[in-house]
Design a protein around this ligand. Sequence first.
Ligand code: ACO
Length: 429
Amino acid sequence: MSDNKVNITDPVSGKSLDLPVHTGSCGDPVLDISKLHKELGYFTYDPGFSVTASCSSEITFIDGDQGILRYRGYPIEQLANHSSFIEVAYLLLYGDLPAPAEFRKFEHDITRHTMVHDKLNTFLKGFRYDSHPMAIMSGVVASLAGFYHDDFDIKDAEERDLTAKRLIAKMPTIAAAAYRHHVGWPTAYPRNSLNYTERFLDMMFSVPAEPYKINPVAARALDLLFILHADHEQNASTSTVRLVASTGANPYACISAGIAALWGPAHGGANEAVLDMLNEIGSVEHVGKFIAKAKDKNDPFRLMGFGHRVYKNFDPRAQLIRSACHDVLDDLGIKDPLLDLAMELEKIALEDDYFIERKLYPNVDFYSGIIYKALNIPTSMFTAMFAIARTSGWVAQWLEQSAQGGRIGRPRQLYTGVAERDYLPIDKR
Ligand code: ACO
């Protein structure tokens, strides 16, 4: 925070007002407009919240112009190269990297909460077999509120901590169960002798009929993707979680709302859309036609996995995933023509004035689907994978907000409807 002020004068009333300027530890300063309406009678207008800081947070920092992403101050590149998803989850939740004993306890606690109530499985099995996994996940996670409601006290820090761990622990179990429901396999119970990512692979792919061997390359690649997707400050789904949480709602309902927001193709659903798009393009000679469609203002088509609200230079996660993509495919001995197609699409788009002028670069979702595909994860599960990882960020942000307290989120609007009119009985209309 700082004592700087920006003075504004309303030319209509002649009144002026000092707006305090708050400076965080990094990033652009923010103007505090909380007195604006009371003093000058104006609301602000910022559709899509492009320039609005909705909260203060100590968790994640992004500099979109420089392509910087840090969790709790640690550059994403360092975490990607040296950490594990569970360690990153601890970091997001508690603010520091764990000491060995802290890590062991956290991993033990997460492992202990991986099972779900058997009635939850019954509920899950009520979904149509072809339901989208994100529909199942948002429904099933919201229903957890029914399992952990009566005894939940949001003001109790220990209970909040337990809820955070339950959510991180159970999300892979629920995601894998959603997949198995779709393919008609019996639900797999979590094997607690495995680590977080291996356990998820086992719950996805093991069958009672024969042993399933976890490929360490696949487990490490998945862990990396989980690290890169873990948090991303006040994105659409996280803001949704915070907004719902501001009403005091049950945390499972808050996270379910985050899952619903993530599902959209403009957000987490883009990873699924990228693969659909690459399949539709089919081969390198069709790339030009799809680039032209993306540039055509009369065509709603957009290059999926391209562009970002905040990153206007490069998405550091996309760079890490692109290089991991090559390594994983090499290690697994897979030659995927979709990777060549994706690289060609990226090359052509990055040389095109339309994309250069609008600062449109590949985002985190552009290459992640090719890795998921190499790990045999079906396209319909891609956004569910994102949700597993992002749960750590959602609960960290929910914990921060719950500890801060604060007011209910309640934006205002610019009303453009009919000003006033009188009711006419139906026979007079
Ligand atoms: N393909 C073609 N044109 C694009 C694309 C794209 N992928 N993205 C943006 N544009 C164009 C817009 O048409 C607009 O052009 P104009 O100025 O001529 O009207 C300009 O670039 C700015 O676009 P906006 O929609 O204003 O950008 P915004 O910040 O609102 O949207 C978003 C960002 C939603 C990510 C957008 O780039 C998009 O739809 N991308 C494709 C979907 C996607 O990959 N989403 C994943 C994002 S990352 C994540 O959530 C994990």
